[in-house]
Structure formats: structure tokens, C-alpha cells
Design a protein around this ligand. Structure first.
Ligand code: NAI
Length: 286
């Protein structure tokens, strides 16, 4: 039987989540997506209208099949958490069962189990503000959307993950080195995500034989990254300073995720794997 993957955080064909879906599909996995509720309509209609067909092409020439797209808002664990204004919001009222617990239940009802869980989402409303100017609410929102969202997803999906399964999240080196411009508590959120990767690896490994790893990815011109505002500078910096002087492609992160999800990585858990052309290893720019 082929493996089944749930990838949270895909709303277009530019980000890491899409590339990970493609690499997993190329390796034979069945693909389920979790798409942020406000982005769901555009994503589904673009899919239907064939707007992504060119980027759906796999190495063997076939098109990636997406078995199902689930609406998801990973800052809400269950309906009791959802405030009235969100419930009443047109875009949210148009879909249902999009809290983390409900999505896990829906996937269980539809398919029974999964083998691979991918968290490829982040949000920090004050990301453009320096940490010294970040509000408590902004900081907590970054942690909620970018770190606890992963704890919650794994917590709710792990009961339906098959033993030998694998879970992957995406992080950024701003967690451990100063990257001016990656503000709003996003650097803090990535530090939490990486620490949680280790603790979750222990708990999920002991209890469920599930591996938990993170990929520390280099800069990619995704929708989320463009919103931060310094992505072109980061890409140029990497090309000038990294050991491998080339632009990072999302596929290189996708392929690493496929490796980490496969039996080839059966002894790798609790790891943060750099996929960044080696930039992390540099001490100074040259
Ligand atoms: P992206 O824009 O393709 O993906 C982010 C996704 O998160 C979007 O689809 C957005 O709709 C979704 N999202 C935001 N809030 C959500 C919520 N509450 N519930 C559900 N979904 C929500 O951008 P990208 O850059 O591919 O981001 C994926 C991951 O990669 C993130 O964790 C990001 O921090 C990480 N990363 C990105 C780097 C880059 O340079 N683009 C570098 C290193 C890590």
C-alpha cells in the first residue's frame, strides 16, 4: 500500500508545502492538503481551472493528484475556541469542520489513517516589527499560529498515524542566529518549534513509533516570505555567501521531506536538517 500524507499549509503553488506535496506524490504517496480557510476558495477554484497544471507535472510526466483539500485554521483546536466574529465571518461561515480537531476527525472518517504529517505554515501579524516593538498579542499570535499549531496538529493526528510514520515541519535559521527583519516574535516561534521537535520526537517515538523532524530551509520567494518584505535581499545574500552559490529551489526542500518521510530515514528523529545551500555553516559573509 502506498503511503498517505496530510500537508497543512498549501494555498498556492509557490511555497514549500506545494513542493513537498509534489515530492511525496512523485514517491507514490497519496496527497491530502489542509488549506487556510480564507485562502480556500481561490486555491480550489485555481486548481479546478487548471491554473496549477504546469506546476503539477511530476518527473515522470504525470500530474500530481490531490485526493482531497480540507479547510483548516490551525490557530483553533476545536469549535469552543472560535470567537463569534470568526464564526460570523463570511469566508469562515462558508466552510465547516476546519478546526484542528475536526480536520483530524474528518481525515479519520474519510481515510482511516495517515503515514506522513507535514506542517508548512506560519503567521506572525507583526513580523515586520522589530522584537523590541512587538506587542504581547502579536508575539503570542506568532507563537500560536507558527509553533503551537504544530503541537496541536501532531496531537490530534497522531492517533491516526500508522507506526513508522513521520512528521515534518519547516523552520528558519532566525531561531538561532540574528536575522534582522524577521520580527514580531517569529524568531522566537521558530526557536519554540525546533525545541518542540526534540520533545515531540521523544514522546511520539516512545508512544507511537512516529518520527518527528524539522527542515531548516533557506530563503524562498513564497507568498508568506514576500509579506515579510526582505526575501529578495535574503536570496541575494545566500547566493553571494553560501558554500553553494545558487538559488535554492523549493523542490530541494521537497525532496528532503520525501527522504525524511521514507524508510531511508528510519533512524532520524528529533533532528533539524538544514536545506539551505550550506549557508548555516558560514561564520562571516565573504
Ligand atoms: P506559504 O505562503 O506557501 O505557506 C504558508 C501557509 O500558511 C500559507 O498557505 C497560509 O495560507 C498558511 N497559513 C497561515 N496561517 C494559517 C493558519 N492559521 N492555519 C492554516 N494555515 C495557515 O509560505 P512558505 O514560505 O512556503 O511557508 C511554509 C513554511 O516554511 C513556514 O513554516 C515558513 O516559516 C517556512 N520557511 C519559509 C522560508 C522562506 O524563505 N519562504 C524559509 C524557512 C522556513
Amino acid at each position: 500500500r502506498g503511503k498517505r500524507a496530510f500537508i497543512a499549509g498549501v494555498a498556492d503553488d509557490n511555497g514549500y508545502g506545494w513542493a513537498i506535496a509534489k515530492s511525496l506524490a512523485a514517491a507514490g504517496a497519496e496527497i491530502l492538503l489542509g488549506t487556510w480557510v480564507p485562502a480556500l476558495n481561490i486555491f480550489e477554484s485555481s486548481l479546478r481551472r487548471g491554473k496549477f497544471d504546469e506546476s503539477r507535472v511530476l518527473p515522470d510526466g504525470s500530474l500530481m493528484e490531490i485526493t482531497k483539500v480540507y479547510p483548516l485554521d490551525a490557530v483553533f483546536d476545536n469549535l469552543e475556541d472560535v470567537p463569534e466574529d470568526i464564526k460570523a465571518n463570511k469566508r469562515y461561515a462558508g466552510s465547516s469542520n476546519w478546526t484542528v480537531q475536526e480536520v483530524a476527525e474528518s481525515v479519520k472518517n474519510d481515510f482511516g489513517s495517515i503515514d506522513i504529517l507535514v506542517h508548512s505554515l506560519a503567521n506572525g501579524p507583526e513580523v515586520t516589527k522589530p522584537l523590541l516593538e512587538t506587542s504581547r498579542n502579536g508575539y503570542l499570535a506568532a507563537i500560536s499560529a507558527s509553533s503551537y499549531s504544530y503541537v496541536s496538529l501532531l496531537k490530534h493526528f497522531i492517533p491516526i498515524m500508522n507506526p513508522g510514520g513521520s512528521s515534518i515541519s519547516l523552520t528558519y535559521i532566525a531561531s538561532e542566529r540574528i536575522i534582522p527583519g524577521y520580527g514580531g516574535g517569529m524568531s522566537s516561534a521558530k526557536a519554540a518549534l525546533e525545541s518542540d521537535t526534540r520533545v515531540l520526537a521523544f514522546e511520539a517515538g516512545r508512544k507511537h513509533k512516529v518520527r518527528v523532524n524539522a527542515i531548516s530551509a533557506g530563503p524562498l520567494r513564497s507568498r508568506a516570505a514576500k509579506a515579510i518584505g526582505f526575501i529578495d535581499k535574503m536570496i541575494d545574500y545566500s547566493i553571494v555567501n553560501a558554500p553553494l552559490q545558487k538559488e535554492l529551489s523549493a523542490d530541494e526542500v521537497g525532496n528532503t521531506a520525501a527522504f525524511l518521510a521514507s524508510p531511508l530515514a528510519s533512524a532520524i528523529t528529533g533532528a533539524v536538517v538544514y536545506v539551505d545551500n550550506g549557508l548555516n555553516a558560514m561564520g562571516v559573509g565573504v
